[in-house]
Design a protein around this ligand. Sequence first.
Ligand SMILES: NC(=O)c1ccc[n+]([C@@H]2O[C@H](COP(=O)([O-])OP(=O)(O)OC[C@H]3O[C@@H](n4cnc5c(N)ncnc54)[C@H](O)[C@@H]3O)[C@@H](O)[C@H]2O)c1
Length: 249
Amino acid sequence: MDLGLTGRVAVVTGGGGAIGRETARLMAAEGASVALLDRNPDAAAEAKAALEEAVPGATVHAAACDITDKDAVAAGFADVAAALGGIDILVNNAGFSRDMYMLKMQDEDWDIVHNTVLKGTFHCCRAVLPGMMERNWGRIVNISSMAAQGTKGQTNYSSAKAGLLGLTNALAREAGAFNITVNAVAPGLIATPRLRARKDFDKLEAKSKGLTPLPRLGETTDVAKVVLFYASTMADFISAQCIEVTGGR
Ligand SMILES: NC(=O)c1ccc[n+]([C@@H]2O[C@H](COP(=O)([O-])OP(=O)(O)OC[C@H]3O[C@@H](n4cnc5c(N)ncnc54)[C@H](O)[C@@H]3O)[C@@H](O)[C@H]2O)c1
């Protein structure tokens, strides 16, 4: 089935990371040109090389871009448009947690998580919206988290990821008249290389399996497939939604 991604231009923020890479791989395999933007230039370059090997002939752009920096986002997205053409698909994937119980949390830990997850997404959406509106087509996918429901030790991350759902729903209503859909994915625990490297990985995996109807951890491709779905023609009439990729947890 043709998913309608051939010739589309997609930006994946945090494209040097685990879920970003897999998302970019699936998009490229469906014929989209892909830009990997990451604050870590080495990760972006490495992801580009891996993607070009995995999908021969793929058009891949990789660049350093810190999404908390409004000017860097404007410049980085303008470079993508110059290199690949107008941006059709934006995957707001860059993010991380800084866990601590609230009374011990430093202001910096609150600010950096919110500035990345929420304000960074605001910057990126603003960078792509004018072009999408002009072309009357756009797909924005925000990577939230199961933690949006509230996780102990994650008041900063949970509130930022919950805020992302509010942003998704509000922007979907603003942008829908321009044939732009805005949706979210809320992954549960995903077995990324970073998670697998943790000393307590076996314990975490066992605990998670016990709590999950589908008794396994998520894989990056489980998340990427939902992003691909939202960007594809199969989701042309779907907006302001969040799909949980948690194995039913
Ligand atoms: N891995 C999980 O279990 C899980 C679960 C739920 C949600 N998520 C979310 O999925 C997304 C990807 O997670 P991942 O596991 O692939 O993490 P990851 O650490 O492998 O990748 C995240 C990438 O984002 C980049 N990044 C961080 N801050 C940035 C900034 N300011 N500007 C640009 N790039 C920045 C990092 O350099 C990194 O390459 C995150 O938003 C995360 O919160 C992950």
